[in-house]
Design a protein around this ligand. Structure first.
Ligand code: PMV
Length: 329
């Protein structure tokens, strides 16, 4: 192996057109094309070192040795990298987020994007952006969108080798902000992998699939044209539809919460008052308030005044996953 240790940083992302439900669960091939923006202030840093001296993978997430399903998922991903690199060597992995995990800020997206880049480089591989994105997708679907930079489209594709993400526009294309209002930093009870696998049990999934192509084109056009008045209503519709599918799946999943609804109500009232802000949601309790940079301070300070909001994180469009020099160990 040419290189044995590498560290990568990858940004989380917020979807404007959501991924909810798979055509193929094992390969994480989504039902629909989807689209997101990387978040410059919500990122994961991961160091991977392949070490011939150890006989089991050692994985530390945050301060703690990873356990159970979280550990297995990282090992399964390391196995994918070992299979490509044709090596057996075990690895030491350390990973940290600069934001609360499992709180509706997609930590699995930035985590598997950073892991994919760090592990392939540590194994001496240099994958293309497209191949890296497909590898990240196998760890967590939305992770494929955290490999390219800025505004990113994930082409659903019809096979494992045709489902990947690419950058629609660089971060500098549009000075948009995602002001995340953290309503709860608790780990969510039902993970998105489980949500995807039961999406087809919702009687409304077909309606969503029929609505999506037109909405997807509207959102893509709005990004290209930097048109917030066109983008905003479309992303709100899509966020509500994601929760509709979750709540009407069997068994139902309620990520929807009273605090979240109070923030949404407030944002709608500010908008009626002339502030150009729109909401989107993830599979969690937090509200992502989308506005232009000129309004971000105003949106953030109003969000901080809401009793349900514990913390506010303001994000500009983030760049692509990248290697960094500062190793975590
Ligand atoms: O990548 P996953 O399995 O964590 O799924 C992400 C699902 C949503 O965040 C709710 C939507 C999306 O497109 O990011």
């Amino acid at each position: 192996m040419a290189s044995q240790k590498a560290t990568a940083e990858a940004k989380s992302n917020i979807a404007f057109i959501k991924y909810w439900g798979n055509r193929n669960n094992a390969l994480r091939i989504p039902l629909n094309d989807n689209l997101s923006m990387n978040l410059d202030h919500a990122f994961t840093t991961t160091t991977v070192a392949f070490d011939a001296q150890i006989n089991a993978d050692q994985i530390v997430i945050g301060e703690n040795e990873a356990q159970g399903a979280a550990r297995d998922r990282v090992i399964a991903h390391l196995d994918r990298v070992r299979a490509i690199a044709k090596i057996e060597t075990r690895a030491r992995v350390q990973s940290q987020n600069n934001f609360p995990m499992g709180a509706g800020i997609a930590s699995s997206a930035s985590a598997f994007a950073a892991l994919s880049l760090a592990a392939t480089r540590a194994a001496g591989l240099e994958l293309s952006e497209r191949d890296l994105s497909m590898l990240a997708r196998l760890g967590s679907g939305s992770a494929c969108r955290s490999i390219p930079g800025g505004f990113v489209e994930w082409i659903a594709g019809h096979g494992g080798n045709a489902s990947y993400a690419y950058s629609l526009a660089a971060p500098a294309h549009w000075d948009l902000r995602d002001v995340i209002a953290i309503v709860s930093a608790e780990e969510k009870k039902v993970g998105s992998s489980d949500g995807h696998s039961i999406a087809h049990t919702s009687p409304f999934l077909l309606t969503r699939q029929n609505n999506l192509p037109a909405r997807f084109h509207r959102v893509r056009h709005a990004i290209r044209a930097r048109d917030l008045a066109l983008l905003g209503p479309a992303i709100e519709e899509d966020a509500v539809e994601l929760h509709l599918i979750a709540m009407t799946s069997r068994p139902p999943i309620f990520y929807w919460s009273p605090g979240m609804v109070r923030v949404i109500d407030a944002a709608r009232a500010w908008r009626a008052d002339g502030l150009a802000v729109y909401f989107t949601l993830d599979a969690g309790p937090n509200v992502h308030l989308i506005c232009e940079s000129k309004d971000a301070d105003q949106v953030a300070s109003r969000a901080r005044e809401i009793a349900d909001v514990q913390q506010v994180i303001v994000n500009a469009p983030g760049d692509a996953a990248r290697l960094i020099e500062a190793h975590l160990f």
